[in-house]
Design a protein around this ligand. Sequence first.
Ligand code: ADP
Ligand code: ASP
Ligand code: MG
Length: 440
Amino acid sequence: MAREPNFEDQAGGVLPCIVVAKFGGTSLATPERLRRVAERLVSMQRQNLSVVAVVSAMGKSTDDLMRLALSINAHPPSRELDRLLATGEQVCMALLAMAIDALGACAVSLSGRQAGILTTAAYSKAHISEIKAERIRAELKAGRIVVVAGFQGITPSGDITTLGRGGSDTTAVAVAAGLKADICEIYSDVDGVYSADPRLVPRARRLEVISYEEMLELAASGAGVLHMRSVEVARNFKVPLYCRSAFSDEPGTLVREEQDMESAIISGIACDRSESKVTIRGVPDHIGIAAEVFGLIADSGVNIDMIVQNVSAGGATDISFTAPTNDLERLRPALDSIVGTMGVPGYAADAGIAKISLVGAGMRSSPGIAARMFHILAKEAINIDMISTSAIRISVVIDAARASEAMQALHTGFDLDSEQVFEETSLSNEELAAKMLKGR
Ligand code: ADP
Ligand code: ASP
Ligand code: MG
């Protein structure tokens, strides 16, 4: 990493190299882990870096807050829910600042509002619209380690918002972009981005580098290691991202702009079990019908994917698409109205599906990847339900019960297997972290 000062503040002063380091909930789950994170941050500052830490809520406390809210009201008002969930990160930031203070260094914790993180008003899925970084800059200039609460921001009218589950990654990248930081480090319980989720594919390999475009496709296809918006912001503002382990000093994965010469044909495989397949049966096959059906669906505000329309038999056809299972309730009025007004016989939703995606920038120049993928699945007698592609991704929908076999077969079939086996696949995040902290 370059050590030259890169950032001039408005008064013309110069700050040393700026690092934004984000820590996830597992890395901060206990007082002991908070202390370790504090030690890491203090040691970074002693290497003459300006350090901004972005924190998630401790352990599973966001889930706990969510359960608490639902125990009071099955449909909590979205403004109040965001207000509540944002407190998880605020507890954590204050404790981390105390842990840093206990080590004899100076720290200040800032909520989303104090850190100048402005967002849209879309509760539970707000987008960051601006970072007013003056306060963070001033605190860095005063020699403090700045601890920012992730996952949250504030609307122009002063209401607290959250960025969606996993959104602290996006806070970190946006803060790094706002400060023109030299690097944004994402610390978690894995030491980087792997060719597949190592808990699903024990022979997954750690990637040394991956391009923004590939990481974006992987994140959008269910690879939970990075929040999708964080990769979008990193790409748009050219923030280099380094994903690494909070529990060791092992090398991690650099996410950066594509370097043509190095493009792997396949970089990774992802699995997404969060979607359902919806089939509308016997839709009349005439001009304008798809516009009508999908117009009603669009009005529900639900994002759908992978549309398949069969050839009509007897003037009627089935139309299928995928949608997040969590959004099915919101979709239901639109589907009921399609059945009510278009005279179709009915619809069905199947949550037992998995979407498996192959991602690789080298696909652009290597024909035949889809055929090879389908061949590998056919050899395992796995039926493909739906297919969609982009320039660097091929996705198939299959029976969820076969997802694990499909992932392993494709990983081996595309020569991605590593010599080493990731042994901790059956461990929970908590158990894995405990084992790593004990020195393995
Ligand atoms: P944090 O709580 O620190 O944000 P996450 O749980 O969100 O951490 O992300 C880390 C997890 O992402 C890992 O434990 C791993 O199971 C999962 N994961 C999914 N796909 C991948 C992948 N391709 N590479 C690495 N980890 C992955
Ligand atoms: N605490 C939030 C969540 O659990 C945000 C995050 O961890 O990134 O989703
Ligand atoms: Mg995460």
